[in-house]
Write a protein that binds this ligand. Sequence first.
Ligand SMILES: Cc1ncc(C[n+]2csc(CCO)c2C)c(N)n1
Length: 228
Amino acid sequence: MSGHLYGKTFELWRAGCPDVWRDYTHHAFVEGLRDGTLPSAAFLHYLIQDYVFLVHFARAWSLAVVKAETLDEMKVCAGTVDALVNHEMTLHVKTCAAVGIDEATLFTATEEFENLAYTRYVMDSGLQGDFLDLMAALAPCCFGYGEIGQRLAGCAAPDTPYHGWINTYADDDYQTVMAAVGQMIDHAIARRLGDDPVQSVRWPHLQQRFTTATRLEVAFWGMGLRGA
Ligand SMILES: Cc1ncc(C[n+]2csc(CCO)c2C)c(N)n1
């Protein structure tokens, strides 16, 4: 697995919820992207919801800039805000424009409950908790899509219509940003919890935030499959 790419904290968190992690990264929606059998209506429904999701994730990463304690943490989090609003969302805008949905419509799309629950859970992790609580809730999105993108780039059906989506997450620049996020989280953990973070009283709470966010990712794929 590519886990070490994204740091040792991520490896511990992933190992703390192996079943739900697999449900997320090998979901039927993901396999439909890989083999091309995902109905285009389901993909479009997902993508419109995901645009709104990214708007709120950009807010959450911006909150991480506010909660950061070092300039390095600020740089990585601000870089992620930039990657989100100026790069990742381009996929959504272009794909939707091609079927006649403009960006203003995307921005005001009605959120499905699974979408609402996930983004507001992450925001609350940062509002109620500190920088680490927020990172634990943000981590599954980054590293899960990183793993999915890498795996699908190596085994997707040549004729799947979803290469654009796969390439967005398999892309070297994207993988580099995610590796930087993983390193930053390792440093943030060491700075606040010391060298043996698993022994900290905070560890079970951080693991629970990571696991909950991963369950919310599984629900998000399910929302996509259900369609509009
Ligand atoms: C439901 C859902 N989960 C994760 C991602 C991927 N993602 C969202 S924000 C971010 C960090 C910076 O780009 C990443 C990787 C997505 N698009 N939609």
